[in-house]
Ligand binder design. Structure first.
Ligand code: F6R
Length: 231
């Protein structure tokens, strides 16, 4: 493994959520106007619930944070509860009370809004079954920009869990690898035995655009995994 990865293995998804919330809260205390790139998906949900609990208990203040959308399906209206924008709003923006948001719609406009913000301070990421970050599907080189793209079969399959019987969107827009790798801090959350093989590869195999998550090692990431995902 590359020495610069900080790997924190927690016994279960509950302690993972507390450890991740501790990490995020420490960043916000150090810099209250943090810009955070926010993954949706199942993995970070317990962490966001823990952050919301702390915000509501007055233990943490996210009112000056900017929440930046990481990825989105194409062809799903923003007010559709199944859109990733709606998911980010109900799981992160509203319960934490973040002051500002940046929505991902037009790739060029998104990248210019990120520049105006002064870049991303913290990227909270999940790990795709094929090693994708956001919807940077393999192969995604380090300079892959924010763009629209077709989702791959492995991603369609994992997204099916979010959509029930409804047809799964096949097109998406994602913050580029350029945006993710330029973040000042990166936090990768990984939970469950089904992520074990891809996590090992991302941390231990040679870096390759064929496994976009392996490129994250360039950022000296903090990886918080539960025991099921690492042992
Ligand atoms: C979602 C996202 C995706 C997920 C990844 C893991 O905004 O960016 O890259 O983080 O597909 O999804 P879960 O956590 O549902 O296993």
């Amino acid at each position: 493994m590359v020495a610069s990865v900080t790997l924190n293995v927690q016994p279960d998804s509950h302690s993972l959520a507390r450890a991740a919330a501790d990490f995020i809260c420490a960043q916000v205390v150090a810099r209250p106007d943090l810009s955070i790139l926010v993954a949706t998906g199942n993995t970070p949900m317990p962490t966001y619930s823990e952050l919301a609990r702390r915000a509501q208990a007055g233990e943490a203040d996210f009112s000056r944070v900017t929440a930046v959308q990481l990825d989105e399906y194409l062809g799903v209206p923003e007010d559709d509860p199944r859109s990733l924008w709606a998911w980010m709003k109900r799981s992160f923006v509203e319960p934490l009370g973040t002051g500002r948001t940046v929505r991902l719609d037009d790739p060029a406009q998104f990248e210019s809004e990120i520049s105006e913000l002064g870049g991303i301070d913290l990227a909270i990421l999940g790990l795709g079954p094929n090693g994708h970050l956001g919807f940077n599907e393999p192969p995604s080189p380090p300079d892959a920009p924010t763009r629209r793209l077709a989702l791959m079969p492995a991603s369609l399959e994992s997204n099916r869990a979010y959509w029930g019987d409804l047809p799964v969107p096949t097109q998406a827009v994602t913050a580029g690898m350029n945006v993710i790798l330029a973040a000042r801090q990166t936090l990768l959350l990984v939970s469950g035995a089904h992520k074990r093989t891809v996590l090992r590869a991302a941390l231990e195999e040679p870096e390759t655009p064929d496994l976009p998550a392996s490129l994250l090692r360039r950022t000296a990431p903090t990886v918080i995994a539960d025991a099921a995902a690492w042992t």
